[in-house]
Design a protein around this ligand. Structure first.
Ligand SMILES: Nc1ncnc2c1ncn2[C@@H]1O[C@H](COP(=O)(O)OP(=O)(O)OP(=O)(O)O)[C@@H](O)[C@H]1O
Ligand SMILES: [Mg+2]
Length: 273
């Protein structure tokens, strides 16, 4: 189960093999009930048939009686539209090993799941990035598109920066909610890696991608000093219209790297592995 409360509250519950999303508009529940919601939602929310086929619901107060009511919705949930990779896995075939950031975790494949053309053993650690709620699909759409551009460039033998390998789309109920990536070994970048990271940013830009989130945790540096660039959820895509402006922004990003890498506040990650 996932729970997010920023104004409206969102619950994501696995009931049987169907994931259900419940939205509770701000002001519907008391702050006490909101706090208890992740542990006690079945008692706090009005009775709902959790075994039913519905996917999303809104819980609100009846204007006249003040009672909590649920409105089930059959509106299709948003998903990533850019299905460019031939492989996909259902998120139910992934086993979470460790959470790295709210949308990112280390996974293994559950027994009997395999990825065509990809060598994995039961213990192979993989990175999964997934939207928990509708509003996060946009980041997954952007990152999926970035990996498509990188993949296309690589196929045309163009120079591309080191990135994790895109292994598969992750699906939930037939829609794409994220991606499965190769887990790359490395530590976050530091000041001595600025030149290598700048080179990676320039190569990325030549593929049509401007990285706008250059915190040190978005560069993984291996024992040989080679840099892998990650996290394309917030990138800007370069077109003929924004190329000049983009090039200027790239130079600004590169100039700022040293200061970014001095930052030890931990911004950009929860933990790294
Ligand atoms: N392919 C990978 N291989 C190894 N580690 C990874 C990989 N992808 C992500 N990580 C680790 O997980 C952390 C979070 O991943 P990422 O930055 O892609 O996610 P995010 O959801 O955008 O999070 P944040 O907002 O914290 O940047 C990274 O800083 C890195 O330590
Ligand atoms: Mg990041």
């Amino acid at each position: 189960m996932e729970f997010v409360s920023t104004g409206n509250s969102h619950l994501r519950i696995l009931a049987g093999s169907i994931v259900k999303y419940i939205t509770i508009p701000e002001g519907t529940l008391t702050s006490e009930d909101l706090e208890d919601l992740p542990f006690d939602f079945q008692n706090i929310l009005p009775p709902m048939d959790y075994t039913g086929n519905w996917q999303s619901a809104i819980v609100a107060r009846d204007e006249l009686s003040g009672e909590l009511v649920s409105i089930l919705s059959s509106t299709p949930l948003p998903g990533v539209r850019d299905r460019w990779c031939s492989r996909s896995v259902d998120f139910l075939s992934l086993k979470r090993v460790r959470l790295l950031a709210p949308q990112t975790a280390i996974f293994t494949l559950k027994d009997s799941t395999s990825l065509e053309g990809v060598q994995t053993a039961a213990a192979t650690l993989l990175i999964g990035k997934m939207a928990r709620f509708g509003g996060e699909i946009l980041y997954m759409e952007t990152e999926t598109r970035a990996y498509r551009l990188l993949n296309d460039a690589r196929q045309h033998q163009r120079t591309v920066p080191r990135t994790p390998r895109f292994l598969a789309h992750i699906e939930e109920g037939g829609r794409i909610i994220g991606m499965l990536l190769e887990k790359v070994e490395g530590r976050p970048a530091c000041e001595s890696d600025v030149a290598e990271c700048a080179q990676a940013l320039r190569e990325l830009f030549r593929v049509g991608i401007l990285q706008t989130d250059c915190n040190r945790y978005n560069f993984l540096v291996n024992d040989s000093g080679h840099v892998t660039i990650i996290d394309f959820g917030n990138v800007t895509f370069i077109t003929t219209e924004n190329a000049a402006e983009g090039a200027a922004m790239l130079e600004e990003q590169i100039e700022g790297l040293e200061e970014q890498f001095r930052d030890t506040s931990g911004a950009g990650t929860v933990s790294w592995a």
